[in-house]
Write a protein of this length. Structure first.
Length: 268
């Protein structure tokens, strides 16, 4: 269901004292671009995030990127940043890594060294310390590169005791511990005693949060809703688990604007 079909819901949530807005970054606040280093939200979304921050319990960016990287790209102070699919949290200027993931840092380092020596043309390795991302969006034949590289990176993930995930034009290796965006979302809700929340996300890794939001809502822990950000190549997992949807990054901007307007109206 399009988010515009239930405007009363968003107006009610936005004015709830315990409301938090949680969002993915790439493909949600910033368009998907061929060069991940050039990704950033436009001035409109930056301004809306800043305004919303001043009216709600919290605005959280939950990204697969390294936490310092995403915080710099968003460029809005006063937000909460959780990076590396939940493996990093920026707290008091320090990066906090879950204790159960720390033993795998050496394995990640070894896997990075192996992958770097075997990258195909158009591939780029992003070493995030506790996880790895191998992007192939810039490859001349993306599908051929994916099929060629998949069995190799799968064998390396097995060799080094890591878990392989696939996203939109990206392979990811992570420690085999129960941490993902969904668990990070649930932990945030518990830590901050969030009573109402909305999550925005566009990729396969965001499906765990959409499912977590539904679980929190159905168990009465938090009135949480998951919103899928649609594009021509939106993964099926998003369609299956979203409660509502918006159309692309521009649609995210419209949704944030509606939340800000609701907040302003309630405070007058």
């Amino acid at each position: 269901m399009n988010w515009k079909e239930n405007l009363a819901l968003w107006e009610r949530l936005a004015t709830h004292r315990g409301f938090a807005l949680v969002s993915d970054f790439d493909g949600t606040l910033s368009p998907i671009v061929n060069d991940p280093e050039s990704a950033k939200p436009d001035a409109r979304i930056q301004a809306l995030l800043g305004e919303l921050r001043d009216h709600v319990l919290a605005v959280v960016i939950l990204s697969g990127r390294a936490v310092e990287d995403v915080s710099e790209r968003v460029g809005v102070p006063g937000l909460i940043f959780i990076g590396n699919h939940g493996f990093e949290r920026l707290q008091d200027g320090k990066i906090i890594i879950p204790d159960q993931a720390k033993p795998y840092q050496k394995a990640v380092k070894k896997a990075a060294k192996k992958i770097r020596r075997n990258l195909l043309p158009g591939m780029r390795l992003e070493n995030k310390g506790i996880t790895l991302s191998v992007h192939y969006r810039q490859a001349e034949d993306e599908e051929a590169v994916r099929e060629d590289f998949l069995p190799r990176i799968r064998s390396w993930s097995d060799k080094y005791g890591l878990v392989l995930f696939q996203g939109r034009k990206v392979f990811e290796l992570r420690p085999p511990v129960d941490v993902d965006k969904g668990t990070a979302f649930i932990q945030f809700v518990k830590d901050f005693k969030v009573q109402a929340a909305v999550y925005l996300g566009d990729d396969t890794t965001d499906a765990s949060v959409l499912k977590a939001a539904k679980k929190l809502r159905e168990t009465g822990v938090c009135e949480a809703y998951g919103i899928g950000v649609h594009s021509p190549d939106t993964p099926m997992e998003i369609h299956l688990h979203e409660d509502y949807y918006v159309d692309g990054v521009d649609g995210v901007g419209d949704f944030l604007s509606a939340l800000v307007d609701a907040c302003k109206t309630s405070s007058t």
